[in-house]
Design a protein around this ligand. Structure first.
Ligand SMILES: [Zn+2]
Length: 59
């Protein structure tokens, strides 16, 4: 057992990518919640599809 392939169901994006991403509205940090990224400040949700966060803002 190597235990190196156990992140697939844990996080939709890598820690490295999450550090680079901020909310496009207020530039606050994001956190992972199920299959979405959620802004820690305004609470906007950004769906992640195939590991790519959709950072578009609803008008
Ligand atoms: Zn925000």
């Amino acid at each position: 057992m190597s235990g190196e392939n156990d992140r697939e169901s844990e996080s939709v994006v890598s820690d490295e990518l999450l550090k680079l991403l901020v909310c496009p509205v207020d530039h606050a940090d994001l956190r992972v919640e199920s299959s979405d990224l959620v802004c820690t400040r305004c609470g906007r949700r950004f769906p992640v599809e195939d590991g790519i966060p959709n950072m578009l803002i609803d008008a």
